[in-house]
Design a protein around this ligand. Structure first.
Ligand SMILES: CC(C)(COP(=O)(O)OP(=O)(O)OC[C@H]1O[C@@H](n2cnc3c(N)ncnc32)[C@H](O)[C@@H]1OP(=O)(O)O)[C@@H](O)C(=O)NCCC(=O)NCCS
Length: 146
């Protein structure tokens, strides 16, 4: 086990984490979505999916997070990020392990996530911890925003 991955404290995300999580997403280069990444949007996700979103704390400092959700059949992970200064220490691996444990407890068969084209670090990370593409599937989406 990497030292910081093991020495961080991990707990369920709650709304008191929102500002720090938003900072982490911004510094991680995520697009902050209108509606769904607002305080109201994140609160809605947390209320609908108790115990599936996890944060990592190094002392008082929030250094990692993942949003987990499910629709009753499949699980979803989104916005998995670790602070630049804390990367490479096993923190994301530990966060994802906790999420998977929670998904298993809900008897979900698959967990899905999206990786933005060209995010090679993310692809290396996910493949290293056992995730892979579903070559037989193509994701189609419909945007509800005007
Ligand atoms: C991807 C990310 C979450 C990984 O977090 P992390 O805490 O540094 O990851 P871990 O330390 O648990 O790494 C586990 C394994 O992933 C791989 N990995 C992690 N970072 C890597 C990098 N920069 N280059 C290549 N492989 C990497 C390694 O194989 C590593 O295992 P090892 O240290 O034993 O070699 C982090 O880099 C990040 O926040 N990136 C920006 C946000 C992002 O792109 N998120 C993913 C969206 S899909």
């Amino acid at each position: 086990m990497h030292p910081a991955g093991g020495s961080c404290r991990y707990r369920n995300m709650d709304m008191s984490d929102y500002d720090a999580v938003l900072d982490l997403w911004r510094v991680s280069g995520f697009t902050i979505r209108p509606l769904t990444d607002t305080r109201e949007g994140i609160e809605r996700l947390l209320v609908r999916n108790p115990g599936l979103s996890i944060v990592a704390l190094d002392g008082e400092l929030l250094v990692g997070c993942a949003l987990g959700s499910h629709d009753g059949r499949r699980g979803f992970l989104q916005h998995v990020a670790v602070s630049p200064a804390s990367r490479g220490l096993g923190i994301a691996t530990k966060i994802v392990d906790i999420c998977l444990e929670r998904f298993r407890a809900l008897n979900l068969g698959w967990v899905h996530l999206d990786v933005v084209e060209g995010n090679d670090v993310a692809m290396s990370f996910w493949q290293r911890i056992g995730w892979g593409p579903r070559d037989e599937l193509t994701r189609l989406s419909f945007c509800l925003l005007d």
